[in-house]
Design a binder for this molecule. Structure first.
Ligand code: NOJ
Length: 551
């Protein structure tokens, strides 16, 4: 049997294809663009790529609405481009994960087009259909239950053709597939095998926490803010089947996007890789104004539960669905470089496989958009308009959009100070980040103090150091501003000590087992820092971080 254990040594780079590099001037990033920039990716030191969805799609949700699972979207390239990318990536020891959109299709998918046409369609049972339910607000029948869509409004939409309602946890143009139907499962497994044959190394499974719906589709409990069911028993049953039928025989990796998990419920997915190799959970994004101690406590909670159970975790601070972490948690203005480097050190010394989201290695913050007109993302705009309709203060609603809107993280990659950030010769599909003339890839090459260079060094350190990948994780600090942890033990001990604040902070560094208790500095983020640090009282500058070892 092939193994997917390599994933535990991976450093993953998440690549948002539409915004990475446009090779043909149509304003949309493409696969050939990735091939052109492969050297730039590998020189950072990452060893795995996660490609955002690349199958044909009407792009109501940028590829998370697939209309043909066995194809490459024409605006992104051809199947031959993808095969070339896989071959070239593998030659460079770079593995490639595909974003597999399993919970729903596009409403333009031929299955749904057929399904909605008649109650007798051969594909009717591939989706969820139900009669409307009369209520005080809908005397002639409204949504069949109280479930909410993530992107605003009910999770049900009435179809004109038959008058029945269909289920969509996301946009109305993203109808949920019915995984209880064995035909659906067999077809999705066969699609997965098709891509594995092409050379894909594994999957990021989109919205997998919604695969299994509770029998009878009951109302969600009234106390839930977002009325939905997630992570049901059936979801686990489907994933176990997927593991046996697809992942195990191929030794393929699968990382599930599983909203709403706790460390205990997440174990059902990950313990002994019985279903998935790891999951994404989002606890860090629910910490209000997090500081060092919130983060440490959160990491500790997951580590404690997982590490004794042969389970593995992911570590990530940004992705294509959030505002950028530098703007949410760090300093994206005055101490941008130091705070971006601080987070790089925290991420790459975490327990669990780290995921770097494109652009964070440049120290990118939010896009600097000023108005809703700058946004393309339907989901963010729907939520914004819904907030206004519900009477929320207009300024607040706008501030929320500008800070958390998903396009903040989807701006075309800032390659250089050339027009359109050097991303395209045409006009980019989304405005580039406001600061691309100063914060860009080209400017950071050859600058030993750049954020990019710091990421490169800290990735290298992780790759060279088993303690950072597999060593035990121990929280060291209870100081409100100091993020300090120990990885590994004895002679293989590595410590991270950092100041998560814009103040000077004094802290008591424990003695090391080295000469006179001193520490050797493996990496630090202020230039001309010394090569060793004495145990005892140390003063850390704003966002200063050290990675230390004993000998
Ligand atoms: C999660 C993806 O990350 C997000 O971008 C997408 O909108 C939803 N799933 C729906 O597919």
């Amino acid at each position: 049997m092939k193994s997917s254990d390599w994933f535990r040594d991976a450093v993953v780079y998440q690549l948002y294809l539409r915004s990475f590099y446009d090779s043909n001037g149509d304003g949309i990033g493409d696969l050939r663009g990735v091939i052109d920039k492969l050297e730039a990716i590998t020189s950072l030191g990452v060893n795995t790529l996660w490609l955002s969805p690349f199958c044909a799609s009407p792009n109501e949700d940028n590829g998370y609405d697939v209309s043909d699972y066995r194809s490459v979207a024409p605006e992104l390239g051809t199947l031959a481009d993808l095969e070339e990318l896989l071959a070239k990536a593998h030659k460079k020891n770079l593995r490639v994960l595909m974003d597999f959109v399993v919970n729903h299709t596009s409403s333009q998918h031929p299955w749904f087009q057929d399904a909605k046409s008649s109650v007798n369609s051969r594909y009717r049972q591939w989706y969820y259909w139900s009669d409307g339910r009369p209520s005080d607000t809908h005397p002639h029948g409204g949504p069949p239950n109280n479930w909410d869509s993530y992107f605003g409004g009910s999770a049900w939409t009435q179809s004109e053709e038959t008058g029945q309602w269909y289920l969509h946890h996301f946009l109305p143009s993203q109808p949920d597939l019915n995984w209880e139907n064995p035909e659906v499962r067999q077809e999705m497994f066969s699609i997965a095998r098709w891509w594995l044959e092409k050379g894909i190394d594994g999957f990021r499974l989109d919205a997998v926490h919604h695969l299994g719906k509770p029998l009878g589709l009951p109302d969600a409990p009234a106390h839930l803010k977002l009325k939905q069911f997630k992570n049901t028993r059936l979801t686990h049953a489907h994933l176990r089947e997927f593991r046996k039928a697809v992942l195990e025989p191929w030794g393929a990796v699968a990382i599930g996007e599983t909203g709403g998990t706790t460390p205990s419920t997440a174990l059902l997915y990950t313990a002994r890789q019985q279903e998935l190799d790891a999951i994404f959970h989002f606890d860090q994004f629910f910490l209000p104004h997090p500081r060092a101690q919130d983060f440490l406590k959160n990491h500790e909670r997951w580590y404690r539960k997982f590490s004794g159970q042969h389970a593995w975790d992911t570590a990530f601070f940004s992705n294509h669905d959030q505002g950028r972490h530098l703007s949410l948690w760090g300093d994206d203005r005055y101490l941008r470089r130091r705070s971006a480097q601080f987070f790089a050190a925290v991420l790459l010394t975490s327990w669990g496989t780290p995921f770097i989201y494109q652009g964070e290695e440049l120290g990118l913050g939010n896009a600097g958009f000023k108005s809703p007109a700058d946004f393309q993302d339907q989901a963010s705009l729907r939520r914004y308009h819904e907030a206004l309709e519900q009477g929320q203060d207009a300024e607040l609603a706008l501030a929320h959009l500008l800070m958390y809107g998903r396009d903040n993280a989807r701006t075309p990659y800032s390659w250089s100070s050339a027009p359109q950030a050097g991303f395209t010769k045409g006009t980019a599909w989304l405005k580039p980040a406001y600061d691309y003339e100063t914060i860009n890839w080209e400017r950071q090459q050859g600058d030993s103090d750049s954020v990019w260079e710091f990421y490169r060094k800290v990735i290298r350190l992780r790759q060279d150091n088993a303690a950072l990948r597999h060593g035990k994780w121990v929280r060291w600090s209870h100081h409100p501003h100091i993020y300090a942890v120990q990885r590994g033990k004895g002679r293989n001990l590595v410590a991270l000590v950092g100041n998560w604040s814009r103040e000077f902070v004094t802290w008591n560094l424990p003695r090391s087992r080295g000469t006179q208790g001193n520490w050797v500095v493996l990496l630090s983020n202020y230039p001309a820092s010394s090569s060793s640090v004495k145990a005892g009282k140390i003063t850390l500058r704003p966002w200063e971080v050290y990675i230390l070892t004993t000998v």
